[in-house]
Design a protein around this ligand. Structure first.
Ligand SMILES: *Cc1c(COP(=O)(O)O)cnc(C)c1O
Length: 250
């Protein structure tokens, strides 16, 4: 091919591909590669970091396409939307995680229809989830959501209140406390991202030192996967990098 300059007779060069270009499987492999690369940087085995696909606002067909690429675990934030998708995808063996804020009138359906809940931040909600977990199912796997940014408007228990909540949650028969989840305030610098995740890890290690048996740090989203993995994340919750930008601001 002959190189030519971009004169007036030639079409403008296409803009750089959108980061979400590619097929669902290509996007999944790209995220898995980011995870593997970050794990290597952290001196960790990539198998210790699990990918949760955060599929809120994306429809059942989109989830089905991602499942066909091998992704099994999906995280949802809105109960009714999640129940509709679950109904449409019953033929697949997906594992559903609830990752959104929880109102008390939603606990029964959450307890009945999810394997995991990442967003427990009040004892009352934990007690309801435990009492409403059907006895034929294994205990609901839960993380306590920790608020490390100190933003009063955000969900999550304050660091100072975490030990008492963890103690109470760990005694509930319908739940198995697995660890902590956090959504720190967005930061662009790796160092700032790491500092927030480090606080979550330190709170987690403090619980382990108090005798809790925990194995899950649910932290890291599309913009901060690397920082989260460097600080010990065992589940990263990824939406945008897998599915593209959400239309709704959710
Ligand atoms: C939407 C959402 C995510 C995914 O965020 P992205 O930045 O799109 O990767 C992760 N965790 C929670 C709790 C979410 O609500």
């Amino acid at each position: 091919m002959i190189a030519m300059d971009n004169g007036p007779d030639f079409p403008k060069l296409e803009p750089a591909p959108h980061p979400f270009a590619g097929t669902p499987c290509e996007r999944l492999r790209a995220v898995q590669a980011r995870i593997a690369h970050a794990a290597t940087d952290a001196g960790r085995d990539a198998a210790t970091v699990r990918l949760l696909a955060a599929s809120k606002t994306f429809d059942a067909a989109t989830v089905r396409a991602m499942a066909a690429c091998g992704q099994q675990a999906f995280g949802e934030n809105y109960l009714q939307e999640a129940l509709d998708k679950q109904a449409a995808l019953r033929d697949l063996r997906l594992v559903w995680h609830f990752i959104g804020p929880i109102q008390s009138n939603k606990t029964r359906a959450i307890a009945e229809n999810f394997s995991w809940v990442h967003s427990v931040d009040r004892l009352k909600i934990a007690e309801r989830l435990s009492a409403q977990r059907p006895s034929g199912l294994p205990p609901l796997q839960v993380c306590i959501e920790l608020n490390v940014s100190g933003e009063a408007s955000k969900g999550g228990v304050a660091v100072a209140e975490l030990p008492a909540l963890a103690k109470a949650v760990s005694k509930l028969p319908g739940l198995q406390l697995r660890g902590l989840m956090a959504i720190p305030a967005p930061a662009t610098e790796l160092a700032a991202q790491r500092a927030a995740f480090r606080q979550v890890r330190e709170a987690y290690e403090a619980l382990i030192a108090r005798g809790h048996v925990l194995d899950t740090l649910s932290m890291g989203m599309s913009a901060d996967i690397e920082a989260a993995i460097l600080e010990g994340a065992t589940i990263v919750r990824i939406g945008t990098a897998l599915f593209g930008e959400r239309i709704k601001n959710a």
